[in-house]
Design a binder for this molecule. Structure first.
Ligand code: HSE
Length: 423
């Protein structure tokens, strides 16, 4: 029986769940794979974590170098998170000729190119199944299952925190701040949730998917990224009346030789499975050739669920042909300004005659055609929401038209615009 000698750096929620589930499932894994997993050591800079190691009778250290330099260990599991010191640990482990398993999407999105090139140089593997959508075996499905497929479009709910917040806003009829507070109280959102809320966590995961699907590590600063903090309860309600749901989507599309990558709140038809993705679940919908449409759904976070992805990497890592590596390709990106789609627009305007005519005139001057318009009566009679759905229009024209409209005195708050994907 072959033995995999592993060590874990980082005993947070996921690290602890990995320890527990390796102990729980190692005999099942041995029966299925003839592989024995030996957890040689665990490490955390917080010395109080020693009691977790003691509970499972595993040697503990607070110094990561003890693991990285230990010749008896063949695979390092990095569960520290963030860029540094995680990057130094991963580089150090590869240089010591060890395989690496990581759940660190921020690290891969920023340093993936360097990490994979070093792994190739030292002939070792990097497993990162847990970095995108936690428990969903997405990395393996995209890199192996779809190896002969072209991914034309990919739409992902890649962040559970924001999905939970948007879902609860609708379900509980509460505003963004109340929903965030509830998510934090229930442990779905972190105390400092900005990476999730601002769409950056989704961007990191999209970047990894872009590498797998298109061979491209995008420049993170150049991918259009918008979070959910400006989504109001009004938008949730009115989009539902129009038979849409608002979801934070990470989107990748390739057509006419151009790659379009972006993260933003999106109106999705209510009957589409992505709209049915409730609570903190993740889902990814792809349109591919020749496999057609595919949908992946499951838990994207949480220690126990995510530990399954890490354990599968530990088991399979040595057998990965290329460790999921892709050859990089040269691809040109589509400029967000050149996008053409339908838009949901909400104006908060004074309720006076001529207002609608003036708004329509500006939209027409930018060649934006209105598909539907609704004016809502509102308790604050001086200011009413006007909701429009446009026909397909250019993003650049929408931005220019709204900035002109927002200068009118009768507009009381900045206008809201949300992109629509008619999936
Ligand atoms: N913070 C992430 C989420 C989980 O809310 O989905 C880890 O990737």
């Amino acid at each position: 029986m072959k033995t995999r000698k592993i060590a874990i750096i980082g005993l947070g929620n996921i690290g602890q769940a990995v320890v527990k589930n390796i102990k729980k499932y190692s005999s099942l894994i041995s029966r299925r794979t003839s592989l024995k997993i030996e957890l040689k050591k665990v490490c955390d800079i917080n010395k109080r974590k020693r009691k977790i190691a003691d509970k499972f009778s595993i040697p503990f250290t607070a110094n990561p170098l003890d693991l990285i330099r230990d010749p008896q260990i063949d695979t390092i599991v990095e569960l520290v998170g963030g860029i540094e010191p995680a990057y130094s640990f991963v580089r150090g482990a590869l240089k010591e000729k060890k395989n690496v398993v990581t759940a660190n999407k921020a690290l891969l999105a920023s340093k993936g190119r360097e990490i994979f090139s070093l792994a190739r140089k030292v002939n070792r593997k990097v497993g990162f199944e847990a970095s995108v959508c936690g428990a969903i075996p997405l990395i393996r499905s995209v890199s192996e299952g779809l190896v002969g497929c072209e991914v034309k479009k990919l739409y992902g709910i890649l962040n559970g925190t924001t999905n939970y917040i948007l879902y609860q806003m609708q379900k509980g009829n509460i505003d963004f701040n109340a929903s965030l507070a509830e998510a934090q109280a229930k442990g779905f959102a972190e105390k400092r949730p900005s990476l999730d809320i601002n769409g950056i966590d989704s961007l990191h995961k999209l970047s990894i998917l872009s590498y797998l699907c298109y061979g491209v590590w995008p420049n993170l600063n150049k991918v259009y990224t918008e979070g959910i903090s400006k989504i109001s309860l009004l938008d949730i309600r009115y989009s539902a009346e129009l038979n849409y749901r608002i979801k934070l989507l990470a989107i990748a599309k390739r057509n006419d030789g151009l790659l379009d990558l972006r993260v933003h709140p999106t109106l999705v038809p209510a009957e589409h499975p992505l709209s049915q993705t409730s609570s903190a679940y993740n889902a990814v919908y792809c349109d591919t050739n020749p496999a057609g449409e595919l949908l992946f759904y499951g838990q994207g976070a949480g220690g126990p669920a995510t530990s399954s992805a890490i354990i599968s990497d530990i088991v399979n890592i040595a057998s990965y042909e290329n460790g999921f590596m892709r050859k990089e390709e040269k691809v040109s990106f589509r400029n967000t300004k050149d996008l053409k789609m339908r838009y949901y627009v909400r104006f908060m305007a004074q309720d006076a005659s001529g207002v609608l005519a003036k708004i329509s005139k500006v939209l027409a001057s930018f060649n934006i055609s209105i598909a539907s318009v609704t004016q809502k009566e509102h308790k604050l009679r001086k200011c009413v929401p006007i909701i429009m759905i446009t026909h397909e229009a250019k993003e650049d024209s929408i931005r220019k038209a709204l900035s002109k409209i927002d200068n009118f005195k009768f507009i009381k708050y900045p206008s809201q615009v949300i992109r629509i994907e008619d999936l």
